[in-house]
Each structure stands twice: as structure tokens, then as C-alpha cells.
Write a protein that binds this ligand. Structure first.
Ligand SMILES: Cc1ncc(COP(=O)(O)O)c(C=O)c1O
Length: 305
């Protein structure tokens, strides 16, 4: 990982090495933290760095914090301002993964401790998350956590125990990645990305009540499919066997962007190559995140100037 020189730690700009929490913090002991991961895209043509949809990410952070009963230490407007400031302080002019973690920061707290709350904003130089033409995935025997147990709607460190179990099992079994079903047996999502299928030219994705994280990328694609391709996306419960008869499938997320799935449980998806609608919506997505002349300027918040 390329490390930035400076981080924002609780509103102060500090050297990377000085951003520390105690090993006995409640965040460490009980995973008492919620977070967001955004991307910023550098445009050579515009000589500009755009943070993609930070307002939507920060709105989700507010919701995660509310459900997790972790009081946010600063409002969304301040967190957005400080996100842009820490990028500028590092003078970064390249693609970034921006992580904003809010955590319970006491070394003397029990399970119910809620304060003090600390936060860190880390702008980390990044490239593609999946350096591949497509993924071979398996349906996991680990279920996505239920809304009434560890809600997938919350973006919390604790949720990624579930994701790690599925991903590590998939890799051990020779797959690139995993698709998780929910407790009802219908399709939920990948360990860190939502899932889209295309069957007979109809795109679909699991509904927000399928035990998924309500992805910012998902919301972006729900807009781009009708605007750029003239088809809308069906949001509904999806059966496991619909995975096996889909013509196209892809993961969507801030990290994954739009990454084709080429086989599921060793059954090829369609022809086993990226499908035409996936390719088109992926192009529209890459245009939207990086190009200042693309529709929806409100999605791209410029860092400089
Ligand atoms: C479990 C999970 N689902 C879905 C997503 C996709 O969400 P987004 O598009 O907001 O990055 C992520 C990534 O943050 C995730 O971790």
C-alpha cells in the first residue's frame, strides 16, 4: 500500500506514523467502529481530482452510526471539508481510496462504552482492486448476516468478519471470490460489493431488503442503466438458481467498480466472457467517475481550485 504522508486524526493533521489508537480500545476489543470507503479519480484532461459522491457516502456513515449507536464526532459537512483538506495537505494528484473510520476510542471501556469517539480520514493512493478480465466465483456456505443480527445495511468493521469467512473459504476452494446468500436462501451480495445479473437483456439486482449494504455504486448504476442504456434495473429477491441461468453477472462497488463475473460454481455465465450490457454500463460508470464533462456534476466533488 502506498502510504500518504499525512492523515486527519480527530480533526488534526498528523504524520501517518502518529495516527494511533490504544491496543485495548473498544474499537479493537469489540469492533466498535463504522466507516466509509470512497474513491477519488484524477482526470488528466481536467487536471482535477474528483471525489466520487462523498455526500452519499457520508449520509450512509450517518445512518451506520445511528444504527450502531456510535455518536458521530463531527457533522457530514465538516467531514467532507476535512476529507478535501487532507487530500490537499498531501498534494495528491492521482487515484485515491479514501477511508473514513469512526471508532470508540477508550482503553478503559466495556462492551457498552460509547465515548470518546475518534475518527481518522486516510487518503490512500490506489489502482484497480481487481486486476483481472473477470472473476470465477462460488456461492458461499456462509450466509450474509441477518438484519436482526448484524445488519448488512451498516458499514461497520464487525460486518467484515462475515465477509472474510466467505472470501477466505472461496479462495481456499480455488475461486476468486464469493457470492453470499441470505438466511432465506436468496441472493445477497459479494463480501465487499453488490451483485448485478442480466437475463434476456433485463438487468436485475437484489432488493435493499435482501441483507445487502446499500451501495453508492449500486445507486449510481440504477441511474446509469436507464440514462445510458435505456433499460431500468429490476430490484427484487433473486433465487440462487437465477445465478446459473444469467447471461451476464458483475460485482459493483467503490473498490470493485464494475467487475465481470465469468463463472459461478464452475458454470460459465453466458459465454464466459464480459457481456455487452456489462461492458456498456462499465464504460458509462468510468466516464461518470472521472470525466468532468459527464452528466451529474453533483456526483464529482473537485478537490482543487
Ligand atoms: C459488503 C459490501 N457490499 C457492497 C459494497 C458496495 O458499496 P459501495 O458501492 O457504496 O462501495 C461494499 C463496499 O463498500 C461492501 O463492503
Amino acid at each position: 500500500m502506498a502510504k500518504p504522508r499525512l492523515l486527519n486524526m480527530c480533526g488534526k493533521i498528523v504524520p501517518y506514523e502518529d495516527a494511533r489508537v490504544h491496543v485495548l480500545s473498544t474499537a479493537m476489543k469489540y469492533a466498535a467502529s463504522v466507516y466509509e470507503a470512497m474513491r477519488a479519480y484524477w482526470s488528466d484532461a481536467d487536471q482535477q481530482l474528483y471525489v466520487f459522491r462523498p455526500r452519499e457516502h457520508l449520509r450512509r456513515l450517518e445512518r451506520s452510526a445511528k444504527i450502531a449507536r456510535i455518536p458521530l464526532p463531527a457533522d457530514a459537512a465538516r467531514l467532507e471539508r476535512e476529507t478535501l483538506e487532507i487530500i490537499r495537505a498531501n498534494e495528491l494528484r492521482e487515484d485515491l481510496h479514501v477511508r473514513l473510520i469512526v471508532f470508540v476510542d477508550t482503553d478503559d471501556g466495556g462492551l457498552a462504552s460509547r465515548e470518546p469517539v475518534g475518527y481518522v480520514i486516510a487518503p490512500i493512493p490506489t489502482t484497480r482492486y481487481f486486476e483481472t478480465a473477470g472473476l470465477h466465483v462460488g456461492v458461499s456456505s456462509w450466509h450474509r448476516t441477518a438484519d436482526n443480527a448484524i445488519p448488512a445495511r451498516v458499514k461497520a468493521a464487525a460486518n467484515y468478519q462475515n465477509s472474510r469467512l466467505a472470501l477466505l473459504q472461496a479462495k481456499t476452494d480455488g475461486y476468486d471470490d464469493a457470492i453470499m446468500l441470505n438466511q432465506d436462501g436468496s441472493v445477497a451480495e459479494g463480501p465487499g460489493y453488490t451483485l448485478f445479473l442480466v437475463t434476456e437483456d433485463r438487468p436485475m439486482t437484489p432488493s435493499v431488503t435482501s441483507n445487502i449494504l446499500e451501495g453508492v455504486t449500486r445507486a449510481t448504476l440504477l441511474t446509469l442503466f436507464p440514462e445510458s442504456l435505456g433499460v431500468s434495473v429490476e430490484q427484487r429477491e433473486i433465487d440462487r438458481t437465477e445465478l446459473y441461468v444469467a447471461d451476464e453477472a458483475f460485482f459493483a462497488g467503490t473498490a470493485a467498480e464494475v467487475t465481470p463475473i465469468l463463472s459461478i460454481d464452475r458454470r460459465p455465465v453466458g459465454e464466459g466472457v464480459m457481456g455487452p450490457l456489462t461492458a456498456k454500463v462499465r464504460d458509462a460508470y468510468f466516464h461518470a467517475v472521472r470525466d468532468g464533462s459527464a452528466p451529474h456534476p453533483e456526483w464529482r466533488i473537485p478537490v482543487y481550485g
